[in-house]
Ligand binder design. Structure first.
Ligand code: SAM
Length: 199
């Protein structure tokens, strides 16, 4: 198959933008797959900040990182990604190059605990302001669960209004898949300034 499925495509995009020594954010650690992926990309000298509101997710991500010997380069935080800027050190902020958000509920966990448009968009606003030029945010949007449609619509509405001189916004989705297939939204910051959506 030539066309990549959404998760491999999301990872491919992160590979393009992250290099050894960079700082990256996993906005939704879940079972830690993306956190480990980012930790590999930023290497021993890089830093990953991983957020999740559930202790179960932080624990399983921590276990996975320990198994792979990468716990030293990752800071796991049990808090909302909407508060991400409270945790990132000034030293790491200057190399903030990428972030990934895998939205929805924790696979194998409580399906009623889901990402919300308010917190997701708050987090995007913070990242728009603090990401480096050419930095990339990748959202994998699952929307088949209760609340998923509202979050999908709110995010699409929000990112569609970003100024094209400041951000490039891409949507990657399969048009003929049934049952609310997930899709990718990627946002690249084009300017070095401290940007927000009104610029
Ligand atoms: N990336 C994960 C992986 O590789 O396994 C999967 C993430 S899962 C689809 C979504 C996660 O988002 C859940 O673990 C849930 O607890 C978390 N979550 C929900 N709201 C959140 C918030 N405001 N801040 C951070 N994490 C949140």
């Amino acid at each position: 198959m030539t066309l990549k499925k959404v998760l491999p495509y999301a990872h491919e995009l992160m590979k393009e933008v992250l290099k050894e020594g960079d700082t990256a954010i996993d906005g939704t650690c879940g079972n830690g797959h993306d956190t480990v992926f980012l930790a590999n990309l930023v290497g021993e000298t890089g830093r990953v900040y991983g957020f999740d509101i559930q202790a179960q997710a932080i624990d399983s991500t921590s276990d996975r990182l320990r198994e792979d010997g990468m716990e030293d380069r990752v800071e796991l935080i049990q808090d909302s990604h909407g508060s991400c800027m409270n945790y990132i050190s000034t030293a790491h902020l200057s190399s903030l190059q990428g972030a990934i958000f895998n939205l929805g509920y924790l696979p194998g966990g409580d399906k009623s605990i889901v990402t919300t448009p308010t917190e997701t968009i708050a987090s995007l606003e913070h990242l728009f302001a603090n990401l480096n030029k050419d930095g990339l945010i990748v959202l994998v949007i699952y929307h088949g669960h209760p609340g998923g449609q509202e979050e999908k619509n709110a995010i699409l509405d929000f990112v569609s209004q970003l100024d094209q001189n400041s951000f490039q916004v891409l949507q990657y989705n399969f048009l003929n898949q049934r049952n609310n297939p997930p899709f990718v939204v990627a946002i690249e910051k084009l300017k070095p300034e401290n940007l927000n959506r009104s610029l």
